[in-house]
Design a protein around this ligand. Structure first.
Ligand SMILES: Nc1ncnc2c1ncn2[C@@H]1O[C@H](COP(=O)(O)OP(=O)(O)OP(=O)(O)O)[C@@H](O)[C@H]1O
Ligand SMILES: [Mg+2]
Length: 464
């Protein structure tokens, strides 16, 4: 929670603005939700536990930024984040099963985050150990062995010059390793393998995933860890050993505990396509798919309402996990969700459809804007590509037209249009178009490359 401490709602929106164009209402509300978690953490009295998160329901057509907002939010908050498609739980074989898996995934994600951070903390310490191991592989240490020591404590007979020589050589090599002079030399190291990767799952399907995983872990724990000798280069060895030594230095129990706490208090679960599990078009109480949809909603309910879920890392309470649901709600409406679930998503935000001027901004403004992505790709070939203002306008117009005529897939249309537009260049560089060269994309060029497609509806259905 430390990282969002400094971020006020306005600052959160400002961060989101770097990647997402428009959609102010949605940004505003997710910013409030995020700040509220920090506020809750700082509540002193008992009421703290009663404050529930402001779960959000995002309503908007496909490709307008719903997922993107949630994903960026998680990044900003440095929060464990998982995205699930609600509709997957209605699929054959999933029905009535394991909606809890989303919480388990969240914990898994959290464990990875905490582990990575802790490993970073012990990196220096681990690196020192690793250096010694590598050094030992080159010049094994020679120690004044106790066997030589006389009962009277006399060590005269030990050829101490050998020990000294050994120590000097080691110092020499230590320097060389430090300076990276031996990176490509091969050495032999022991690599520990966790045993029995392929032990079959016993009675899969007879019990829930959590206990199954526990058993698997137990089996792995019982198997002796096999050490295998491998010849690798110093630089490879460093990578492998660093991972191993860092793992040794961190306390997994501590990691798990912290990860559970982090997931409980900061976790964000994004449930996409929630409209697909609403009983569409008011056909309530029917049979067939609607029954399973409602079943999924009922399965979701306890998780969203707050319950405890068993995971292989421990028990997690979902009371304060932030849930963000999203859907297009073209056929069904939010009111088609079962009332209990509606109540658990009190904040509704609508995302606007994107128009041409949004497209222009999306093409150029975000930190990871498409034009910037392609510029970066061409730069690696020594080619500069620039888009003039009119070209951008034309691209946006084309995307908008195709969206209007064929199917509205939102900003995703820009990706297909851009890739079609630049396809030839991407193929011709660097064979036909040799670096250094400059490509200036103009309105005419866009028209020439795309106009044929737009006029021919059948063609654009497939290509754009
Ligand atoms: N408002 C926006 N600003 C910048 N980029 C956007 C915006 N809307 C969409 N995009 C881009 O379009 C792509 C698709 O957006 P996103 O995944 O958020 O769609 P979505 O709303 O979740 O759609 P779906 O309902 O299909 O899941 C992303 O790559 C994203 O970068
Ligand atoms: Mg999405």
């Amino acid at each position: 929670m430390e990282k969002i401490r400094g971020l006020t709602p306005q600052e959160i929106v400002k961060e989101l603005d770097k990647y997402i164009i428009g959609q102010h209402d949605a940004k505003r509300n997710v910013a409030i939700a995020l700040r509220n978690r920090w506020r809750r953490m700082n509540v002193k009295s008992d009421i703290k536990d009663d404050i529930i998160p402001n779960n959000i329901l995002m309503i908007g057509a496909t490709g307008v930024g719903k997922t993107e907002i949630a994903r960026r939010l998680a990044k900003i908050a440095d929060a464990p984040f998982v995205k699930v498609e609600a509709s997957k739980f209605t699929e054959v074989g999933y029905v009535g099963r394991d909606v809890e898996s989303m919480v388990r995934d969240l914990v898994e994600q959290s464990v990875n985050m905490v582990k990575t951070r802790k490993k970073e903390e012990v990196k220096e310490k681990a690196a020192a150990t690793v250096e010694e191991i590598i050094l030992d592989a080159f010049i094994p240490p020679m120690r004044k062995s106790a066997g030589f020591q006389m009962p009277n404590g006399d060590t005269e007979e030990v050829p101490s010059s050998d020990v000294e020589l050994n120590e000097r050589t080691r110092n020499l090599f230590r320097e060389k390793i430090k300076n990276g002079e031996l990176e490509d030399r091969k050495i032999e190291i022991d690599i520990k393998q966790s045993g029995a990767p392929g032990v079959g799952m016993i009675g899969a399907g007879m019990m829930d995933e959590a206990s199954m995983m526990n058993i698997q872990e137990m089996i792995n724990g019982m198997m002796p860890k096999k050490a295998r000798k491998r010849k690798v280069t110093v630089s490879e060895a460093r990578k492998i050993l660093l991972e191993e030594e860092a793992s040794k230095l961190i306390d997994m129990d501590e990691v798990k505990e912290e990860a559970i706490r982090k997931a409980e208090n900061a976790g964000i679960v994004f449930i996409d396509e929630i409209d697909k599990i609403a009983s569409g078009g008011g056909r309530k109480g029917g049979s067939g798919p609607d029954v399973s949809r409602e079943g999924v909603q009922r399965d979701l309910l306890p998780i969203v309402e707050g319950s405890t879920v068993n995971t292989k890392h421990g028990v997690i309470k979902t009371d304060h996990v932030l849930f963000i649901a999203a859907g297009a709600f073209h056929i069904s409406k939010p009111s088609d969700l079962i009332p209990e679930l509606q109540g658990r998503f009190p904040i509704r935000v609508e995302l606007n459809s994107l128009n041409k001027s949004d497209f222009i901004r999306i093409l150029t403004e975000p930190k990871n804007a498409l034009t910037k992505q392609y510029e970066a790709l061409f730069t690696t070939e020594g080619i500069t590509v620039t888009f003039d203002e009119e070209a951008i306008d034309e691209i946006a117009q084309t995307a908008f037209d195709v969206n209007a005529e064929i199917e509205n897939i939102g900003a995703r249309r820009l990706q297909t249009v851009m890739s079609k537009l630049l396809n030839e260049f991407l193929f011709d560089v660097p064979d036909k178009i040799k670096p250094p060269a400059e490509i200036v994309v103009t309105r005419d060029m866009v028209k020439q490359k795309l106009s044929g497609l737009i006029k021919n509806r059948d063609l654009s259905e497939y290509i754009l």
